[in-house]
Design a protein around this ligand. Structure first.
Ligand SMILES: NC(=O)c1ccc[n+]([C@@H]2O[C@H](COP(=O)([O-])OP(=O)(O)OC[C@H]3O[C@@H](n4cnc5c(N)ncnc54)[C@H](O)[C@@H]3O)[C@@H](O)[C@H]2O)c1
Length: 252
């Protein structure tokens, strides 16, 4: 049994969409680094990403647009060349373009599917190949949403992408188990990050969102980071192909 705080010593962790200081990816980076991991934050927001990684001891930043097959190949090749292994991949990058079915433009649909769904497919494919090559097993954590658990009103494109992530997770878990690579999805509820802020909700709406969960508050990025860490430690060694809802009890 490793000492508390050292579970991730010697492990290499890649987190997509980790550039935003207040985002879930950065919170995951801080937590994994505090448990001894080498953390790579990847994003398209290079300036903020460099700053965020610079504020975390044991973290570095790489540019990665998750929709680009070529960039995935380059980033994973770079990690393997410099670190020789990839132990954890957190497919966290995502965008939220909300809108009802009849009002969803093709451009919103295409971009949402490209980032949230194709990005996770490309990430799992590139990450799994590297993990198989390194032969140390691994953990892939895909960030879906409660919108991937229910039919959330006004979320046609976003919900479709997040249901797809939940499905792909289960398929990948079946295929990769023989390599001791575990694949799970996390389904956050309302988490207080820039993504939620982009909704420009007034105080009353935010209070309503908070009250909609039995726990009675909005989630914070650390709520999701704690689950991602658990799923990536040896304590979760028999856990794969599952969905973990972290939403203060809203779903169910
Ligand atoms: N905040 C919530 O309420 C909530 C709820 C459920 C699920 N989620 C999911 O959690 C994940 C993290 O979101 P967050 O709340 O931290 O929001 P966020 O907006 O702070 O983080 C998303 C990150 O993804 C990055 N990103 C966007 N497009 C990208 C691309 N093409 N390539 C690489 N990076 C890209 C952004 O630059 C940003 O840093 C997302 O997948 C989101 O869908 C969020």
């Amino acid at each position: 049994m490793s000492e508390p705080g050292t579970e991730m010593a010697g492990r290499v962790v890649l987190i997509t969409g980790g550039g935003r200081e207040k985002g879930q990816g950065a919170a995951e980076g801080r937590l994994f680094a505090s448990h001894g991991a080498t953390v790579i934050l990847a994003d398209v927001l290079d300036e903020e990403g460099e700053r965020t990684a610079g504020s975390i001891e044991g973290a570095e930043y790489l540019h990665l647009d998750v929709t680009s097959e070529a960039e995935w190949d380059a980033v994973v090749a770079d990690i393997m060349a410099r670190h020789g292994r990839l132990d954890v991949l957190i497919n966290n990058a995502g965008i939220a373009r909300m809108g009802r079915l009849v009002n969803t433009p093709m451009s919103d649909w295409d971009l949402t599917i490209a980032v949230n769904q194709t990005g996770v497919f490309l990430g799992m494919r590139a990450g799994a190949k590297a993990m198989i090559e390194a032969d140390n097993g691994g953990s892939i954590v895909n960030i879906s949403s409660v919108a991937g658990m229910v039919g959330l009103f006004g979320s046609t494109a976003y919900g479709a992408s997040k249901w797809a992530v939940r499905g792909m997770t289960k398929i990948a878990a079946k295929e990769l188990g023989r390599h001791q690579i575990r694949v799970n999805s996390i389904h956050p509820g309302f988490i207080d990050t820039d993504m939620l802020a982009q909704g420009n909700f007034d105080d009353e709406t935010r209070a309503k969102m908070a009250r909609s969960a039995p726990i009675g508050r909005l989630g914070v990025p650390e709520d999701i980071a704690n689950m991602a860490l658990y799923l990536s430690t040896d304590a979760a060694g028999f856990v794969t192909g599952q969905e973990f809802v972290v939403d203060g009890g809203w779903y169910g």
